[in-house]
Design a protein around this ligand. Structure first.
Ligand SMILES: Nc1ncnc2c1ncn2[C@@H]1O[C@H](COP(=O)(O)OP(=O)(O)O)[C@@H](O)[C@H]1O
Ligand SMILES: [Mg+2]
Length: 253
């Protein structure tokens, strides 16, 4: 339904070329992981998809139409940290997201029966990310893993077609990371949204992605490193239906 297409997209900051000649068609429902070295332009790439930056070359379309210049509820983002509001409880954080999409256009608020429905929806979302018991706690009283699950729930409240994640689990310890991976995978499968997740963790990319893109420079000018930007150097489909096998061992005859 909402295919994401990039045609010859380039991005430069002043004279510094960061991305060049990005061509990509992402089918709706793809879980696309984007990997690359630090400074390769991964966050810049996400900012383009969020319309936080406009490409200096080329065009981006979603569902055949140019990306709206202001990100609406069709796109949601979760960053590595600080995506939640510290002065709102977990439940209020979710309600805030829901009110943005369902509330009164002028005040962004809901009242009465509508507000009660919204709070029930918010509680369901908290349950989906395993935070029912933490509904009335403030983010400062939650672990890093819990805060990221809250950030995910807050963004999912917008029912985005396109979920953008910038190293969302980069600050989590291995246990929390594994829980968050399983949760994200399940939510992605249930909701059928398109996910673009930036990570510098290759194993995370292949664990979650159905497609893995590598951003890297094809050309390098040692005298002026800002002259060339990164492109998509690998575009790898991940076949989830294939049975897991150890490296092939020749049959014993
Ligand atoms: N607002 C900006 N102005 C100028 N240069 C920037 C800006 N944002 C990022 N850069 C530069 O663009 C390059 C890519 O940055 P970024 O997209 O953050 O990379 P990554 O997320 O892969 O680490 C880096 O060299 C960075 O210094
Ligand atoms: Mg980054």
């Amino acid at each position: 339904m909402s295919e994401l297409t990039l045609k010859n997209v380039g991005m430069r900051y002043g004279d510094t070329v960061v991305l060049e000649r990005l061509n990509l068609i992402l089918d709706s429902g793809t879980f696309c992981a984007v990997v690359g070295a630090s400074g390769a332009g991964k966050s810049t790439f996400l900012k383009l998809l969020l319309s936080e930056l406009q490409p200096t070359e080329g065009s981006i379309t979603l569902g055949g139409r140019p990306l709206p210049q202001e990100p609406g509820p069709e796109r949601g983002v979760v960053y590595q940290r600080y995506s939640v509001f510290p002065h709102l409880t977990a439940l209020e954080n979710i309600c805030f997201g829901l009110e943005r999409t369902q509330g009164n256009a002028l005040f962004g608020r809901t009242w009465g029966a509508k507000h009660r429905v919204l709070r029930t929806e918010a509680r369901d979302l908290l349950e989906a990310v395993g935070l029912t018991a933490a509904a009335d706690r403030y983010p400062g009283a939650l672990s890093g893993g819990m805060q990221q699950r809250l950030a995910l729930a807050q963004t999912l409240a917008l029912k985005p077609e396109l979920l953008l994640l910038d190293e969302p689990f980069g600050a989590l310890d291995p246990g929390n990371k594994q829980t968050a991976h399983a949760l994200l995978k399940q939510l992605w499968a249930e909701r059928g949204m398109t996910v673009v997740m930036v990570t510098h963790d290759l194993s995370e990319a292949f664990t979650l992605g159905t497609r893995v893109l590598v951003l890297d420079k094809v050309r390098e000018d040692p005298h002026s490193p800002e002259r060339f930007g990164a492109s998509i150097t690998y575009d790898l489909p991940v076949d989830r239906s294939a049975p897991l096998r150890a490296a092939s061992v020749p049959p014993v005859s």
